[in-house]
Design a protein around this ligand. Structure first.
Ligand code: ATP
Ligand code: MG
Ligand code: MG
Length: 366
């Protein structure tokens, strides 16, 4: 294991290192919780090594996180929030005054105060969690909405550019293995039949009807810490993919991950549907916080779930035809199964779209 004591010396902790151990169940970075003695009081810090295979430019990524968290903290303090330091991640600078430090092997590290008394959940257990998570992501976007200065770095260019995802699918067809092409069947046709849907949000951004904003881009439940006692949303974490985007990508990914009746690789497509109670909870929480939305954003909230499911299905299909290089697979055809489950979700949302739009309208007018 890493020498966390050596890592601790790279940061301005103003405290004496006691112990450290691996923490949480993140899949991307290496996360450790360290205990310190600070003037006789025990405190905890998170030390995290950034996965530099996934994030090729850690310094740009850290500049984004530094700017967004400083801005959010300033806004919370201005508003007189009693728990400002618990409501946003904050960075503890390195001894060189930077938002990151490098270890002896060149690895990039960052340090956050540990958000106490709050937990992240892998699976949604009840509607309150869905509502509180959506509210927390809405608040995160709201705090970042008036960030001044240059545009954030686009650390993963065209992350949610769905038309380009379709182009990438088209591009892998040429060299796709014959046996995989044969197994695919009408999934390809399905993907290309929704080409017009794929363009809706990028066109709205291009026309200026949907503004570019600061977005989180990984809005799953486990990236919000909920208060242990009250389940209230406390703090949005995991800001690696925070960059310019549309809030519709964030909300759509909440719908995609929180609302299906089944897990992401369900093979019985007949049971895939939208949990309407979950969708209502997400809308309730999100609209309660996201008071800054323009009409075109509100109008596409229901559609955004369909778009994100379509985009994700296209990515699974592309990876399947490309030989499973990107997503980890646990059985042959896993990516194709995942693609089909996403496309089944697209169909389910299409069927329920009027009902979902009705939920948005009713909640907005409350
Ligand atoms: P993912 O697989 O979601 O991309 P990741 O590897 O990027 O995860 P994080 O989500 O940043 O890692 O952190 C991993 C876990 O560590 C979180 O799920 C959370 O439980 C915990 N954690 C991270 N930062 C903090 C913090 N400041 N305070 C308390 N717990 C934290
Ligand atoms: Mg995470
Ligand atoms: Mg992450």
């Amino acid at each position: 294991m890493q020498d966390l004591k050596a890592i601790s010396r790279l940061f301005e902790t103003r405290a004496d290192f006691l112990t450290a151990r691996p923490h949480g169940s993140g899949h991307i970075n290496d996360t450790f919780c360290a205990t310190y003695n600070q003037a006789g009081r025990e405190i905890r810090l998170i030390h995290q090594r950034i996965n530099s295979h996934v994030f090729r430019n850690p310094e740009a990524l850290m500049e984004n996180i530094d700017r967004v968290t400083r801005h959010s903290l300033a806004r919370l303090v201005e508003a007189g929030h009693s728990e400002a330091h618990r409501r946003t991640l904050t960075l503890i600078p390195s001894c060189d005054g930077l938002p990151w430090a490098r270890d002896a092997e060149g690895g990039y590290w960052r340090t956050f105060p540990f958000i106490e008394g709050a937990l992240g959940y892998e699976e949604i257990e009840n509607l309150r969690q869905a509502e509180e998570a959506a509210k927390a992501f809405g608040e995160f976007q709201k705090l970042a909405a008036d960030l001044k200065g240059p545009r954030l770095h686009e650390t993963i260019p065209d992350f949610h550019h769905t038309p380009k995802r379709l182009d990438a699918l088209r591009a892998v067809l040429e060299n796709a293995p014959k046996d995989r092409m044969e197994r695919v069947g009408d999934d390809l046709e399905f993907a290309f039949s929704r080409a017009a849907d794929a363009r809706v949000i990028t066109d709205l951004i291009a026309s200026g009807d949907v503004p570019e904003r600061v977005t989180h881009n990984d809005t799953k439940l486990s990236n919000v810490l909920l208060d242990e006692a009250t389940s209230e949303g406390v703090c949005v974490i995991d800001l690696d993919t925070t960059m310019p985007g549309s809030v519709l990508y964030d909300f759509g990914d909440m719908v995609r991950t929180a609302c299906p009746t089944t897990r992401e690789d369900e093979v019985d497509l007949s049971v895939i549907d939208v949990r309407m109670d979950r969708f209502e909870a997400l809308i309730r929480g999100y609209l309660a916080a996201a008071s800054f939305l323009v009409p075109a954003e509100v109008e596409h909230l229901a559609f955004s779930g369909k778009l994100l499911a379509l985009e994700c299905g296209i990515r699974f299909l592309t990876d399947y035809l490309d030989g499973d290089h990107y997503f980890k697979t646990h059985r042959p055809g896993h990516n194709l199964d995942r693609c089909r489950a996403q496309f089944a979700l697209v169909r389910a949302i299409e069927k329920r779209l009027p009902e979902m739009e009705d939920v948005v309208a009713r909640t907005e007018n409350k």
